[in-house]
Structure formats: structure tokens, C-alpha cells
Design a protein. Structure first.
Length: 60
């Protein structure tokens, strides 16, 4: 696995974790805007992860 692929996978995990944390923090303080931004960031990480998994599938 290339360094770029490892970096992208790590970035996806970071985006997912950060997004989930921001979403929960927004919900905790009843800030729907922050919760939605967190949810969007998590979704971005999910998409990045799916893209990396698809690339791995086509390498084999």
C-alpha cells in the first residue's frame, strides 16, 4: 500500500471521528447547526473511506 493511500485512509478515519464528535457536541448543547456540520464532516469521511476501499478492490 502506498503512502498516499495510507494517508487518505487515515484522513478518512480522522474526518469520521471529528465529525461524529462535533455532531454529538452540537446535539448536547442543542445547536442543530453544529450537529449538521458534524454530520456532514462524518459523511465526507465515509465517502473518502468508500473511495479508498473501492480503489483497493480494483488493485487486486
Amino acid at each position: 500500500m502506498s503512502t498516499v493511500a495510507k494517508e487518505q485512509k487515515a484522513r478518512a478515519k480522522t474526518e469520521q471521528a471529528t465529525g461524529k464528535a462535533k455532531e454529538r457536541a452540537g446535539q448536547a448543547v442543542d445547536d442543530q447547526g453544529a450537529a449538521l456540520k458534524g454530520k456532514a464532516r462524518k459523511a465526507k469521511g465515509d465517502v473518502r473511506q468508500a473511495k479508498e476501499k473501492a480503489k483497493d478492490a480494483f488493485k487486486d
